[in-house]
Design a protein around this ligand. Structure first.
Ligand SMILES: [Mn+2]
Length: 361
């Protein structure tokens, strides 16, 4: 077995100088090791030290403060975790049935540092159950860490960690919004094969979840083409997301106050749905609430249509500049919803640099 230090090399000048030539050494035994409980426990624990390690590096090398901080996770480990996780996901139905209490996460988008701060508050299994609503990759600097931690958690706690698919868990999209580029930057010639390998697992993610038969969770929204929730289980997985149809709407649609039940979405994909369309969906499927992610909301969560739908977004200060809060929703045993709200770490950038640039009112 590799020593811990060899397995989890840090990127950056200092780490490279210290460990230089050893990076090409690979140990086949680590492939089997990734299923092992104590290996996974250590690996997860290590990933969770990310913020602490970043802080230490910044103190030692103030000049790297503005650069992205990333762990050096070996291609062998990524391959092993991706394959193992895929085989677990494949056994799950498209529509997961989950019982409360559970913490529900919205979009993370490669913001690993914030994800860890949330996990410190929600705690990890076996203390709690976690449901992630998709959009793990793209935009942020650490899509690899986000995905690899999720895969490791799923393998370690398959009945307490649940992930569904967002519109960014699709090779067609994450080709263009940062994930492919991150893989290329970090893994050079192996970047594309790592990107494809991870996407192969992401394409097998379940699509929706139902908490206590009452809270319908999906990444984007509802679909005019969906006649029964059970129909979701008939959708073929393992492919890219089509341009239209139920899978497209579940991952892309948005709620909107509008007169038409369904209208064209400004994103150019899927629809927006009105309160009336939502009311009909809720009645028809005999549920209480739709919980979804997919849109930045100032407070980290936002209700729509008198508490019949809630948007949860877990990437505070989205893209490092939006200034929004992030939140995670806790659904307790009585199905009451409460929110852990996190403000951006860094204050929002000042919009106006001097009094002379303030807009006229
Ligand atoms: Mn989305």
């Amino acid at each position: 077995m590799f020593s811990k230090k060899q397995l989890f090399k840090k990127e950056g000048k200092e780490a490279k100088n210290k460990e230089g030539g050893k990076s090409s050494t690979r140990n086949k035994s680590s492939k089997n090791g990734t299923s092992d409980v104590s290996y996974l426990n250590n690996f997860i624990k290590y990933l969770l030290t990310f913020n602490k390690q970043h802080q230490e590096i910044k103190l030692q090398n103030p000049e790297v403060a503005g650069l992205p901080f990333r762990f050096n996770i070996s291609p062998n480990i990524i391959e092993s975790l991706s394959k193992k996780c895929k085989s677990i996901l494949q056994k799950e139905p498209n529509l997961l049935k989950i019982s409360a209490p559970v913490h529900v996460f919205g979009d993370i988008h490669g913001q690993f540092s914030d994800m860890i701060r949330f996990l410190e508050m929600t705690r990890l299994p076996p203390e709690t159950k976690l449901l992630f609503l998709g959009d793990y990759v793209d935009r942020g600097n650490n899509s690899i860490e986000v995905v690899i931690l999720l895969f490791a958690l799923k393998i370690r706690f398959p009945n307490q960690v649940f992930m569904i698919r967002g519109n960014h868990e699709c090779a067609n999209l994450n080709d263009n919004y940062g994930f492919r580029e991150e893989c290329a930057e970090r893994y050079k010639g192996e970047g594309d094969s790592i990107w494809s390998m991870i996407n192969d697992t992401l394409h097998h993610l379940p699509l929706c979840a139902l908490i206590n038969e009452q809270i319908f969770c999906t990444h984007g929204g509802i679909s005019p083409s969906l006649n029964s929730l059970e129909e979701i289980n008939n959708i073929q997985r393992g492919t890219t997301i089509p341009d239209e149809g139920v899978l497209c709407d579940l991952t892309w649609a948005d709620p909107k106050k509008q007169s038409k039940n369904w209208a064209d979405n400004d994103r150019g994909v899927s629809f927006t749905f009105s309160e009336k369309a939502l009311d009909e969906f809720i009645k028809k499927h005999n549920i209480q609430l739709v919980c979804r992610a997919h849109q930045v909301v100032d407070n980290g969560y936002r209700f729509f249509d008198e508490n019949k739908l809630v948007t949860v977004f877990s990437a505070p200060n989205y893209c490092g500049e939006v200034g929004n809060n992030g939140s995670v929703m806790l659904v307790n045993e009585e199905l009451e919803c409460s929110f852990i709200v996190m403000k951006p770490v860094r204050k929002m950038r000042k919009r106006f640099t001097s009094l002379s640039t303030l807009p006229q009112e």
